[in-house]
Design a protein. Structure first.
Length: 157
């Protein structure tokens, strides 16, 4: 897997984690703040990404989704299917660095993400494992009272 593919895979893991967890946040208590809801989405993301459920994840992507790789919602869905097929197991370690609100229904979170994956190579050696860590900026928008990912990109260093 070349560098660009690994970088894209990490970005996808961020999206999957954030998206699959958004359902959890949308069901949270009505007394929670928007920041609590966004943090709940991101905190629950570690377990959600490990579930590798493309259908549930992509249902939580905004129809307006776009990223620096030229992915829209449909291309992201197709990429996720292939990524999950190639990686039978994932472990995601996520740290929330900041959450800010650009508007009432628009949040931006900066996260540090480490994805540990096992490639489906058929070879029983250490080369089948991959571990990469990077900082990302995730933009979430509240649509119909649920937070959805509208954009995710690698943070500038």
């Amino acid at each position: 897997m070349n560098f660009e593919t690994r970088r894209l895979a990490r970005l996808v893991a961020v999206l999957v984690a954030t998206l699959a967890a958004a359902l959890t946040a949308s069901c949270s208590s009505s007394s929670s703040t928007p920041e609590d809801e966004v943090r709940a989405v991101l905190t629950a993301a570690e377990a959600a990404a490990e579930a590798r459920d493309t259908s549930d994840a992509i249902a939580l992507v905004s129809e307006e989704y776009a990223d620096d790789n030229g992915f829209d919602q449909a291309r992201l869905r197709d990429f996720l299917r292939g990524y999950f097929l190639a990686h039978p197991s994932l472990e995601v370690l996520l740290r929330i660095e900041s959450v800010e609100f650009l508007a009432e229904d628009l949040a931006r979170a900066t996260i540090m993400l480490v994805v540990l994956g096992q490639r489906s190579t058929g070879i029983d050696d250490e080369s089948r494992f991959a571990a990469d860590g990077e900082r990302y900026v995730v933009e979430l928008v509240r649509e119909d009272s649920a937070w959805r990912v509208r954009r995710a990109s690698r943070a500038n260093r």
